[in-house]
Ligand binder design. Structure first.
Ligand code: HEC
Length: 124
């Protein structure tokens, strides 16, 4: 009987570890925290907007609107945001955001960027 019970303890511990691993993986894919999302929205409107236009319709840098980005692979846009485009005015932003945050910004740009930091999209 003792052996049977310890097997069940093992099964339960393994299940617990698997659940924990699944939760951690999910947390890594999740969007940034609400306060951080608001900061990122402001950063894009102000810092990115200084080159890409306050309405993101383009300026020194190209437009960052859903229709202009539609055909471009998201991964390469994320790489551009993080590392910039050597030989162009586009700087890299990896000192100011991580890859998850850059991916969140690119996904929002491709959707239509939230106007204000407290708009519905950033509260999701
Ligand atoms: C100093 C000006 C400047 C700033 C600030 C800037 N960009 Fe850029 N960005 C550019 C230029 C110029 C290009 C075009 C590069 C090229 O010639 O390929 C570009 C290209 C891009 C592209 C690729 C667009 C495409 O159609 O391939 C993305 C995405 C982008 N920028 C996002 C951002 C984001 C997000 C920020 C703020 C975190 C930002 N940029 C800030 C100048 C800037």
């Amino acid at each position: 009987m003792g052996a049977g019970r310890s097997m069940w303890v093992h099964v339960l511990v393994l299940l617990g570890v698997a659940l924990l691993a699944a939760q951690t993986a999910q947390a890594e894919l999740a969007a940034p925290e609400p306060a951080r999302r608001a900061a990122l929205v402001n950063m894009v409107r102000q810092d990115c907007g200084s080159c890409h236009g306050l309405t993101l319709k383009g300026g020194l840098g190209p437009a960052l609107l859903p229709e202009t980005l539609a055909d471009k692979p998201a991964e390469s846009l994320v790489a551009t945001v993080l590392h910039g485009r050597p030989g162009s005015a586009m700087p890299g932003w990896s000192r100011f955001m991580n890859a998850q945050e850059a991916a969140w910004i690119v996904a929002r740009l491709m959707d239509g960027f939230p106007q204000l930091a407290d708009s519905a999209e950033t509260r999701q």
